[in-house]
Design a protein around this ligand. Structure first.
Ligand code: C5P
Length: 237
C-alpha cells in the first residue's frame, strides 16, 4: 500500500495575533502551509498529500492555487476542513484512496519538520507499530494546577517527574485502519482532540514515541515566527 500525509490547515491561529488563517501566514515570503506540504512531499515514503483547508470556498480555492506550485514526487489534493482539528483530520481521512494503508497526520503549523523525521515516523509504522509519534524531552518543569477563576493565581496540585514527560510533535504516523477506527469511535467534547495519537490511546491501541526534532516546533505565538525565519535563514547559509 501507499503512505499518505494529511495536513489539517483549517485553524484560525488566534494565538498568533490578528490576520490571515495561520497556515497562510508567510515565512520568508512563502505561506507556512506550502513549507509544510513540501516537508511531507519531499519524503520518499509519501506519495500523496491531502491538505485540509479552511472551509470557505475562497480559502479552498486559495489553498488549491498555492499547492499547485508545489512540484515534487507526491500528488497534492485539497479538501475543506471543519470547526475542530479533529473534524478537519476526519475530512482528510475521508478523502484518502483505498490503496493507502499508512497515514501521517501533520500540522500545517509545523512547517520546518526535517525530512528525516518524516521518514523515521513512516518507517516505524511500516515496521509494525500501529501509532508512532515524534517527541522531545521537556526543557521546562511542568506543574499541574487546579482550575481557578480567570485572572486569579492558580494553585499548584502536583509536579510530575519531568524525566517521564515528553512534548509530542507531528507528523504522527498510523496504520490507516487504526486511525480510522479512532475517528469513528472516539468523540472528544469541546474543541475536539488536539492530537490524533490521544484518540488512538483511548481506543486502547499502543502508541510509541520516537525522537522528534527541535525544528519540528509548532508555530503558535508571534515569537515562533521569528524563530522559524531564523531556521530558514540558517538552512540557506
Ligand atoms: O490550533 P493548533 O495550533 O493546535 O492547530 C494545529 C493544526 O490543526 C493547525 O495546522 C491548524 O490549522 C489545524 N486545525 C484545523 N482545523 C481546525 C483547527 C485547527 O485544521 N478547526
Amino acid at each position: 500500500g501507499r503512505t499518505a500525509a494529511v495536513i489539517p490547515a483549517a485553524g484560525r491561529g488566534v494565538r498568533l495575533g490578528p490576520g490571515a488563517p495561520k497556515a497562510l501566514r508567510a515565512l520568508n515570503g512563502t505561506p507556512m502551509l506550502v513549507h509544510a506540504v513540501r516537508a511531507m512531499a519531499r519524503a520518499r515514503a509519501v506519495s500523496l498529500v491531502v491538505v485540509v483547508a479552511p472551509p470557505e470556498d475562497a480559502a479552498v480555492a486559495e489553498v488549491r492555487a498555492l499547492c499547485a506550485d508545489v512540484t515534487s514526487g507526491a500528488d497534492v489534493v485539497v479538501v475543506a476542513g471543519g470547526d475542530t482539528r479533529q473534524e478537519s483530520v476526519a475530512r482528510g481521512l475521508a478523502a484518502l484512496p483505498a490503496d493507502v494503508d499508512v497515514v501521517l497526520v501533520h500540522d500545517a503549523a509545523r512547517p520546518l519538520v526535517p525530512v528525516d523525521t518524516v521518514e523515521a515516523v513512516a518507517a516505524a509504522v511500516r515496521a509494525g507499530a500501529p501509532a508512532v509519534v515524534p517527541a522531545l524531552p521537556l526543557a521546562d518543569t511542568v506543574k499541574q494546577i487546579a482550575a481557578a477563576p480567570p485572572g486569579d493565581p492558580e494553585p499548584v496540585v502536583a509536579t510530575p517527574d519531568r524525566s517521564l514527560l515528553r512534548a509530542v510533535q507531528t507528523p504522527q504516523g498510523f496504520d490507516r485502519a487504526v486511525l480510522a477506527a479512532a475517528h469513528e469511535k472516539i468523540t472528544v467534547a469541546g474543541d475536539g482532540a488536539t492530537d490524533d495519537a490521544g484518540m488512538v490511546e483511548r481506543l486502547g491501541e499502543p502508541v510509541v514515541l520516537i525522537p522528534g526534532h527541535e525544528e519540528a516546533f509548532k508555530v503558535t505565538r508571534p515569537l515562533d515566527l521569528v524563530l522559524a525565519e531564523a531556521v530558514l535563514a540558517r538552512r540557506r547559509e
